[in-house]
Design a protein around this ligand. Structure first.
Ligand code: MF3
Ligand code: CO
Length: 291
């Protein structure tokens, strides 16, 4: 049996402050929402300020890696070239590419081109040409703290609908982000993402979503986009998670390459786009930790 913490006892978060001056009101608020029937975050989903600072340092590497890719991206380069940039910049800055050997993933980064939805393998045979789009999904482990974000890169002149797919996907992340606030719900974010994509004639992949992140690469909660306003887990200050919708130009169905069990494609062969941000819920709203 677990004893209830006294108001004058040290807070469970490790701040050293008295419970009543630290997370007491927070716990009261969560209990109120739980009593109303809402799923609420467990304590291990709430990061302490010290943990957030370590996560921020990891995020700095993730952003630096993507900024370097911004600089070096050019037509004619291969996705293997991108893999090398990710490995070199990450390790030069003291980090480890989190995808490398993660559940057997064989590369430092996921590069998903055109009809690839996610988890694309970098390859020297995949040359990026005019009309192509690629998602570069970078994740870093620095001293055991994780960061994860991704950007889209476009080459030459795009088919106008493909251009719109890339732009609408990014806008949907921004609209979702705007819904992230303490004592709101994950579904507020999810519906905002989903509505923007479908209103523009696109579809959102159902099988993959975002995730809590920080002390592990993938933590609870799972962050879906087929959710409704006012539903799903309560958002509380200290939660860190990703928003990363995979948006298809055509139908939402996907197909996983049976040869490697990793690479995911759209079933209808039409293009798919994704942007990913890592966000912290704060006392007053949110903070983007990396994009
Ligand atoms: N970066 C992906 C995400 O956004 C995870 C990829 S798993 C890997 O969650 F092994 F492929 F890296
Ligand atoms: Co992610």
């Amino acid at each position: 049996m677990k004893k209830k913490i006294g108001r004058n006892d040290p807070c469970w978060c490790g701040s050293g402050k008295k419970y009543k001056q630290c997370h007491w009101a927070f716990d009261e608020k969560l209990q109120e929402l739980a009593d109303e029937g809402h799923p609420v975050p467990r304590r291990d989903m709430i990061k302490t300020p010290e943990q957030v600072e370590k996560i921020r340092e990891s995020c700095r590497i993730n952003v630096a890696v993507l900024d370097e890719i911004d600089k070096q991206m050019h037509e004619g380069m291969t996705t293997a070239d991108i893999d090398k940039i990710v490995y070199d910049v990450t390790t030069d800055m003291g980090g480890i590419p989190a995808p490398l050997h993660y559940e057997g993933f064989p590369y430092s980064v996921c590069t998903s081109v055109n009809d690839q939805v996610c988890h694309g393998f970098p390859s020297k045979d995949v040359v990026l040409r005019a009309g192509d789009i690629v998602n570069v999904d970078v994740s870093t482990n620095l001293n055991g703290y994780y960061s994860d974000s991704s950007r889209m890169y476009c080459f030459g002149e795009l088919d106008p609908t493909v251009r719109r797919l890339v732009d609408v996907t990014r806008e949907s992340v921004e609209k979702g982000l705007a819904q992230v606030q303490p004592w709101g719900f994950m579904g507020d974010m999810g519906q905002a993402v989903h509505d923007h994509c479908t209103e523009n004639g696109f579809s959102v992949v159902r099988e993959f979503g975002g995730h809590g992140i920080g002390l592990e690469f993938h933590e609870d909660p799972w962050v879906g986009f087929n959710s409704r306003k006012g539903r799903e887990i309560v958002l509380a200050p200290g939660m860190v998670f990703t928003i990363e919708p995979m948006v298809n130009m055509g139908k939402p169905e996907i197909y996983i390459d049976p040869d490697n069990d990793w690479e995911v494609y759209t079933r209808d062969g039409k293009p798919s786009a994704q942007w990913e941000i890592q966000v912290l819920v704060t006392e007053t709203g949110h903070e983007v930790l990396c994009w």
